[in-house]
Design a protein around this ligand. Structure first.
Ligand SMILES: Cc1cc2nc3c(=O)[nH]c(=O)nc-3n(C[C@H](O)[C@H](O)[C@H](O)COP(=O)(O)O)c2cc1C
Length: 206
């Protein structure tokens, strides 16, 4: 019997190993709102770290305006997200996106998303998303550049300054009920909901 572990060394074309989808809402200098779907996001305390392409309108808006809302969609919204997935708020469309993306100035209408005012920051939130994290830019740095030094990918550190949650998800006043909330997971460019519960951490309080 061959007991060598069955591993292959490969160079995956996609490395999105399953993180929640977030819809970033931001505004440009004229106050025009935009929605940017992302999946490169994680939270530690009230800090968020995002990975953003530098040729996107979302990146440009957040750098200019320093604010955004990180809206977390539930799994049923994946079709709305796919309606805006091939769109950018950048006009003209950046050269390297031209074959796959179209310019759209109103992604709220294009994706059938409903806008609602945020409480603290200027960009609007997305009413369809049950979890809305209002954020302020703290810092950013370039993660990857082209040969001619054009910035390609940046990492943004955001501070969460206000959290809005649909009332059905709130438990014991200041907790989000993990049994009621389900993120939309982006798993190697396919959308998934959570599977069955496996257990809980020793520090879980609800
Ligand atoms: C589910 C999903 C996840 C994505 N994740 C990211 C991401 O983490 N970072 C990023 O920069 N772009 C990501 N994209 C691509 C951007 O949404 C795309 O570049 C879009 O055109 C940006 O729009 P904007 O230019 O209007 O900001 C993702 C797209 C989808 C549909």
């Amino acid at each position: 019997m061959n007991d060598k572990p069955a591993f292959l060394t490969i160079q995956p074309k996609v490395l999105y190993f399953g993180t929640p989808v977030a819809l970033l809402t931001s505004i440009d200098q004229d106050g025009k709102p935009n929605i940017g779907p992302i999946s490169s996001v994680w939270a530690l305390g009230y800090n968020l770290i995002l990975g953003l392409g530098c040729d996107g309108k979302t990146y440009q808006n957040i750098l200019e305006n320093k604010e955004c809302v990180v809206n977390l969609p539930s799994p049923d919204l994946y079709k709305n997200i796919e309606k805006i997935a091939g769109l950018t708020g950048m006009n003209p469309v950046p050269e390297n996106k031209k074959d796959k993306y179209l310019y759209e100035e109103d992604k709220f209408s294009a994706g059938n998303f409903q806008s609602m005012p945020a409480e603290i920051v200027t960009p609007p939130a997305i009413a369809n998303c049950p979890l809305q994290l209002e954020c302020v830019l703290q810092n950013h740095y370039i993660v990857e550049s082209a040969g001619d030094s054009t910035p390609l990918i940046a990492s943004l550190h955001l501070r969460v300054v206000n959290v809005r949650v649909h009332e059905n998800l709130v438990i014991n006043q200041n907790y989000i009920d993990p049994a009621a909330w389900s993120p939309l997971i982006y798993n190697f460019r396919h959308y998934y909901a959570l599977g069955e519960k496996m257990g809980k951490n020793f520090r879980a309080e609800v």
